[in-house]
Design a protein around this ligand. Structure first.
Ligand code: ADP
Ligand code: MG
Length: 242
């Protein structure tokens, strides 16, 4: 069973056809990177996978549940998906540790001690075990993004969606976040990642999919797509970003 399957997914906003028939599969343990120019529909794909947007047509299956079925328990499916966006959206008035425990307690109904244990284990994974008492504003953007990753991991997700997790960061802070993501990939986490970091995509992804104008123009093994793109639009895009 695949972790994520999209088949024939279409989505329009008014008369703007943003997704024009997306077919994409992420197998358990795979890292799939979605690349492509701004406005090509990458975020909309991720938002459909998490049902923040409802496709007009097509089917999406996440971790065995068909989320395009109107009767699906969407909260149950969402609980299995970890989300990391460009903007970290930590609760500014809560400590780093509390940011990582609150949803565990309220959504998963874990006790305080258990939630804290899980949070600390995940803060350790992202290299921030000693910053649990800090407030988000006291951390750098890169550290805040690593907290956002720890917070998502603390919910024991079956898969993780990343939407340009390093795009808002100063260049010198990007590496630490990518290193954490690489660690997750090495540990076998299933990940669908929208990114402009081509070195990351080439080295870490199993599959790279290039989107342009609401379609996946080309997809295949990461090294193949990035180093030997077959499609002229992919070549043009890579020439601009590499
Ligand atoms: P990308 O992430 O590749 O930059 P997006 O998926 O964010 O692309 O957006 C693709 C297109 O869909 C853009 O033209 C954008 O303006 C449009 N779009 C995205 N979300 C909405 C929305 N909620 N309402 C109207 N238009 C939207
Ligand atoms: Mg986007």
């Amino acid at each position: 069973m695949s972790a994520i399957t999209l088949q024939g997914v279409r989505k329009s906003f008014g008369d703007n056809a943003v997704l024009k028939g997306i077919d994409l599969t992420v197998e358990p343990g795979q890292v799939v990177c979605l690349i492509g120019p701004s406005g090509s529909g990458k975020s909309t794909v991720l938002r459909c996978v998490n049902m923040l947007e409802t496709p007009d047509e097509g089917t999406i299956v996440v971790d065995g549940s068909e989320i395009t079925d109107p009767d699906v328990d969407i909260d149950g499916v969402r609980r299995r998906i970890g989300l990391v966006f460009q903007q970290f959206n930590l609760f500014p008035h809560l400590t780093v540790l509390r940011n990582c425990t609150i949803a565990q307690e309220r959504v998963l109904h874990r006790g305080r001690a258990e939630a804290k244990r899980v949070a600390l284990a995940n803060l350790r994974k992202v290299g921030l075990a000693d910053r649990g008492d800090a407030m988000p504003a006291q951390l750098s953007g890169g550290q805040q993004q690593r907290v956002a990753i720890a917070r998502a991991l603390s919910m024991d997700p079956r898969l993780m969606l990343f939407d340009e997790p390093t795009s808002a960061l100063d260049p010198e802070l990007v590496g630490d976040v990518l290193a954490v993501m690489r660690g997750l990939a090495d540990a076998g986490m299933t990940m669908l990642v929208v990114t402009h970091e081509m070195a990351f995509a080439r080295d870490v992804a199993d599959v790279v999919a290039f989107m342009d104008g609401g379609v996946i123009v080309e997809q295949g093994p990461a090294a193949e797509v990035i180093e030997h793109p077959r499609n002229a639009r992919t070549r043009e895009f890579l020439k601009r970003v590499l």
